[in-house]
Design a protein around this ligand. Structure first.
Ligand code: O2Y
Ligand code: MN
Length: 643
């Protein structure tokens, strides 16, 4: 130990004294070492939340081991013996997904957060709460919410440590499951304190809302407070306040809350983009590499696309990120993007060695499986693994009951998840942590659209691409509390994740186009079109490389395309269909039924009128009017010939 270290040890602080509370022990870490802004905020939070003690996390493996042992002793985690350092967690069945209906954004002026909706219409692009109401609501929940529990203090970076594109947050939580997942999903390190200095950080407050002595029934050793869930954001103060749920997007506050809702506001203010997008690299057989980002609503197979196993020879895919992209134009006018996350929190059901072998290989070690089923030999099980798990093995479902194939109930919850480090992905890109990010050539939007929408279309230009993004719709998802299969608007795939007025967000996108900037091309894809019998017209998965190949050729300008009212369509033969196991019906895949599109265009206009109203940029109206006019003057019933 040198002199400075000895001095630090001498001053190491093992307790803090908080007004109205007194001494609060620090069971790990050194309070003395924290930046003063953090100290002040923590002292205030401790006074409010009244935890039994403080635990300042360092993100180390020994810390994770200690927490895992504690959670196994308590019964929250079960070791999955078949895998290396993998665990099963069963939550309270009332706490299984993001709760959109209890997610709000607070601001002084309502219309900085939500657009002017038509009178009598319920806005779906964000839910606003006044600052006064938020303070009242939080005052009902937060005081004493951590009584008898440990308050974990998690310093984290979204994006590579020290990258100019990264941002720092500190989450306090009383859930050690959250700590385990945060250290996979973000970069947790004591170096954050040094990098932070006296700069500002995003303040993330989380409590499961179950102070001790516990007065409510705790199910599955998963404390939560589902009746009183509230996930609130205060972008003006760069704060997130989340209460009552320990699950995923509600509690891992670096993800949707920070990296999308708060970051979208920071991005607007600083002139960049925080988007619900994967980033992947595609290397062609000629050895040329491109990076694309892609935005899909939840449950459209974004993780599968990000880790695609290409079905065309000679192509190589590498993954940079599967859910969130932060992108910024550099001094040369090129768009560069980073994945701010460090792990994957993917939907388990449907994932198997056919649909996503790379995800399967990623989570064979050091992973947590939440609400999946367990096999008698200590492995995982979920819907979609029927051909990969011994059919005679005993299975316990996500609720802990004995389960057999053919039973009516599901083995795993439809929103069950794997949490796994991105670094373990066999096709993770060597530059996935490059502080500069990677250059983005194309932006792809998509949705689950059973009818009418072609396999791929290219926007006429950047502005029209913004319209394509604004008109994204998709069948509803199991990731939130919606049920059924209705088609929902999910503009830019950001509907649940918008941090500010969606009309202003569209304007921000339009304003990003500036002279001297190389704007990426924008596309819309639909892997999910079906025929009259409900059968998919496109094989999807590894065959999606065929569409990506066309997109890259368009970026290079090496193929022509056909102008249609909705954008440029591929010419017949320009998408490589060689070696497909079944022929595809090109005409059906690309047809634009006139009446469908007249209705759809009107419906999109109506959506913007209802939901975004006067905040909609004028350009959107112009482009929609043009599209409507072109369809109405179309002679036949549909455009189906693209050769
Ligand atoms: O239910 C949750 O909390 C998870 S939601 C989620 C997780 C990972 C990636 N995307 C999503 C999403 O809903 O878009
Ligand atoms: Mn997502």
């Amino acid at each position: 130990m040198d002199d400075t270290e000895a001095e630090d040890k001498f001053f190491e602080v093992h307790e803090i004294v908080v007004p109205h509370i007194g001494r609060v022990p620090i069971t790990k870490g050194d309070f003395h070492y924290l930046p003063s802004k953090v100290k002040r905020w923590l002292a205030f939070t401790v006074e409010w939340f009244r935890p039994r003690c403080l635990y300042i996390c360092d993100g180390s493996q020994s810390e994770a081991d200690e927490i895992i042992n504690k959670l196994m002793e308590r019964g929250t985690l079960t070791k999955l013996k078949k895998l290396e350092n993998c665990y099963l967690c069963r939550t309270d069945p009332k706490d299984v997904a993001r709760v959109e209906s209890k997610t709000v954004i607070a601001s002084h002026d309502k219309y900085t957060t939500v657009p002017h909706v038509r009178e009598g219409v319920k806005g779906i692009l964000g839910s606003w709460m006044s600052m006064e109401d938020l303070n009242k609501e939080m005052d009902k929940r937060f005081p004493g919410c951590m009584a008898g529990r440990t308050m974990y203090v998690i310093p984290f970076s979204m994006g590579p440590l020290g990258s100019p594109l990264s941002k720092i947050g500190v989450e306090v939580t009383d859930s050690n499951y959250v700590l385990l997942c945060m250290r996979m999903m973000t970069r947790v390190s004591p170096r954050i304190w040094e990098i932070l200095g006296d700069k500002d950080f995003v303040k993330c407050l989380h409590s499961v809302g179950c102070p001790r002595p516990v007065t409510r029934k705790v199910v599955n050793h998963w404390p939560c407070n589902p009746e009183n869930v509230l996930i609130a954001h205060v972008p003006e103060e760069r704060k997130v306040k989340s209460y009552g749920s320990g699950y995923g997007g509600n509690s891992l506050l670096g993800k949707k809350c920070f990296a999308l809702r708060i970051a979208s506001v920071i991005a607007r203010d600083e002139g960049w983009m925080a988007e619900h997008m994967l980033i992947m690299s595609i290397t062609t057989p000629k050895g040329k590499e491109y990076f694309v980002s892609a935005a899909f609503p939840s449950a459209c197979g974004k993780t599968n696309l990000a880790m695609l196993n290409p079905n065309l020879p000679g192509f190589k895919i590498q993954c940079v990120g599967d859910d969130i992209a932060w992108m910024k134009f550099n001094d040369k006018g090129e768009l560069y993007g980073i994945n701010p996350e460090a792990g994957f929190f993917g939907v388990a059901p449907g994932t198997n060695y056919k649909t996503n072998p790379n995800a399967m290989l990623t989570f064979q070690k050091n992973s947590i499986f939440t609400n999946v089923a367990e096999t008698a030999d200590g492995g995982y099980y979920w819907e979609g693994l029927e051909d990969e798990v011994d059919e005679h093995i005993g299975i316990t479902d996500w609720l802990g009951n004995e389960w057999r194939r053919g039973m009516h109930s599901k083995a795993a919850h439809p929103n069950s998840r794997f949490t796994t480090p991105a670094s373990q992905c066999p096709i993770i890109h060597p530059k996935w942590e490059d502080p500069e990010g990677v250059p983005i050539s194309a932006i792809i939007f998509g949705g689950r659209r059973p009818t009418g929408v072609p396999l791929v279309v290219e926007s006429f230009n950047w502005e029209h691409g913004v319209l394509l993004g604004a008109c994204v719709k998709s069948e509803a998802t199991a990731a939130a509390e919606h049920v059924g299969k209705n088609i929902m608007h999910d503009p830019m795939a950001m509907r649940p994740f918008m941090g500010y007025n969606f009309g202003h967000y569209l304007q921000h996108w339009l304003d990003l186009e500036k002279p001297g900037r190389k704007m990426p091309k924008i596309f819309h894809v639909n892997w999910f079109r079906v025929d009259e019998d409900g059968k998919f017209l496109w094989p999807g998965f590894g065959d999606n490389i065929r569409v990506l190949d066309w997109i890259l050729k368009r970026c290079d300008g090496t193929v022509d395309a056909i102008k249609s009212p909705v954008g440029y369509l591929p010419k017949k033969g320009d998408i490589d269909l060689s070696g497909l196991s079944e022929p595809v019906d090109w005409d059906q895949l690309f047809s634009l039924p006139k009446h469908y599109w007249m209705d759809d265009t009107r419906e999109s206009r109506r959506f913007l009128e209802d939901q975004v109203g006067q905040d909609t940029p004028k350009k959107m109206w112009e482009l929609l009017a043009k599209q409507e006019k072109e369809f109405s003057s179309m002679p036949g019933r549909q455009i189906s010939e693209t050769d």
